[in-house]
Design a protein around this ligand. Structure first.
Ligand code: AHR
Length: 335
C-alpha cells in the first residue's frame, strides 16, 4: 500500500492523540506510577495494585524500593500509588485498583481505623487484599487474606526493657520524652503500648511529655525543640522511628546538650542513618523494624492469586542494636 504525505500526517496525529489520551488517563490517578494499563494483564502477568503510605522516612523509601524490585524480579506487574500519608488518598487508590480489575491489592494502611467499607468493596469485586507493614482494626478478618509485617508492640517492649536494664541503679526519677509516630497508625499505637508496659516495672521511669512527630525528621526536630523548652530536665528520648530521632538530634545539639550522653536516645527501625548515629554514640539503642518486605509480599501475591491458603499473620524477623553491635553490622547493612 502506498502511503501519502497526508495519510502519514493523519497517522502521526492519531498516534499523538492516543499517547495523549493514555497520558491523561494515567494522570487522572494522582501520584500513581502504573505499568501497562488495565487489570488482568494481556501477557498473563499477575497485576498487583499497591498503595504505599508515602515517603515520610528512610524506612519507607527502603520499603518502596524493596517492593518495586521484588515485583520486577517476580514478573508481577505493579501499579504503585503514593498516598502522601493521607487515608483519603489510599481509599481513592484502592477504588481505582478495583475499577481497573487488578488481580490482587496490597497496602500499608496509614492509620488503623476506617477501612471496612473499601475492603468490603474489594471483597465484593472478588479481589484479594494483603496488608503489609501495618494492620487495620477491622473486626471482620475475612476482609483481607493475610497481614505481613513486624510486631510493633514487641519493638516498643524491647526498647522499654533496654531502658529498664540501663537505669536499674537510678535512685531518682528518670524523665522520658516520647516522639510518637503518625497519630492513629498501628506502629504509633503499638510501640507506645509496648514501651509503657515495659517501663511500668520501675516507678522511677516517667514519661513527662509525649507528642506526634508524624514519623518525619522535620516533625521530630520541631517537637523536640518544644520538649526542650518546656522541660529543663530530660534524661531519655524514646522516638518511634530513626528519622524523628535524627531530627531531634539537631534540636538537642542546638540546645547545647550532648545526644547519647546528656539525653539517652532510643529509636526504632535501624536504617543506615540511624545505625550510623548509634555507631557514633549519638543514639543508645535501636529496635530493628525491617522494611525489606518485597520478596515475601510477591510470594504471597502469587499464592493468593492461585487460591492457595496463606497464614493469616506473617511476622517479620528482627533484632536489636547497641552502639557496639551497630558498628559491627553497619558495613553489611542493606538499607
Ligand atoms: O510502619 C513502619 C513505620 O513507618 C516505620 O517505623 C517508620 O519509619 C515508617 O514511617
Amino acid at each position: 500500500m502506498r502511503i501519502t504525505g497526508n495519510s502519514l500526517t493523519r497517522r502521526r496525529f492519531g498516534a499523538i492523540m492516543a499517547a495523549g489520551l493514555l497520558a491523561t488517563g494515567l494522570g487522572a490517578c494522582a501520584n500513581s506510577d502504573t505499568g501497562s494499563g488495565g487489570g488482568g494483564n494481556d501477557d498473563g502477568k499477575i497485576v498487583l495494585g499497591f498503595s504505599q503510605v508515602g515517603a515520610e522516612s528512610g524506612w519507607r523509601t527502603a520499603n518502596t524500593t524493596s517492593i518495586k524490585e521484588a515485583a520486577t524480579e517476580a514478573g508481577i506487574e505493579l501499579k504503585f500509588d503514593d498516598a502522601q500519608q493521607k487515608q483519603e488518598n489510599q481509599i481513592k487508590a484502592i477504588r481505582n485498583f478495583i475499577q481497573q480489575k487488578v488481580d490482587v491489592i496490597a497496602f500499608s494502611p496509614v492509620v488503623e481505623s476506617g477501612w471496612d467499607t473499601v475492603l468490603k468493596e474489594a471483597k465484593d469485586a472478588n479481589i484479594p487484599v494483603i496488608l503489609t507493614d501495618r494492620a487495620v482494626d477491622s473486626a471482620d478478618k475475612t476482609l483481607y487474606k493475610t497481614f505481613l509485617g513486624s510486631d510493633f508492640v514487641k519493638e516498643g517492649r524491647l526498647s522499654g526493657e533496654w531502658l529498664l536494664e540501663e537505669t536499674k541503679s537510678a535512685t531518682g526519677p528518670v524523665n522520658i520524652v516520647e516522639l510518637q509516630g503518625t497519630t492513629g497508625s498501628a506502629p504509633a499505637n503499638d510501640r507506645k503500648k509496648g514501651f509503657a508496659e515495659a517501663i511500668a516495672a520501675n516507678p522511677n521511669l516517667k514519661i513527662i511529655a509525649s507528642q506526634s512527630g508524624d514519623f518525619t525528621r522535620a516533625g521530630g526536630k520541631a517537637v523536640m525543640e518544644q520538649f526542650l523548652k518546656a522541660n529543663p530536665k530530660i534524661d531519655v528520648l524514646f522516638a518511634h522511628n530513626d528519622d524523628m530521632g535524627l531530627g531531634a538530634l539537631e534540636a538537642i545539639t542546638a540546645a547545647g546538650k550532648v545526644p547519647g550522653k546528656d539525653i539517652k536516645i532510643i529509636t526504632i527501625d535501624a536504617v543506615k542513618d540511624g545505625m550510623q548515629a548509634l555507631a557514633d554514640g549519638k543514639f543508645n539503642f535501636i529496635a530493628e523494624c525491617s522494611p525489606l518486605l518485597g520478596p515475601q509480599l510477591m510470594d504471597l501475591v502469587k499464592k493468593v492469586k492461585a487460591g492457595e491458603q496463606v497464614p493469616e499473620r506473617i511476622e517479620t524477623q528482627e533484632t536489636t542494636f547497641t552502639q557496639q553491635s551497630a558498628k559491627e553490622a553497619l558495613p553489611n547493612r542493606k538499607y
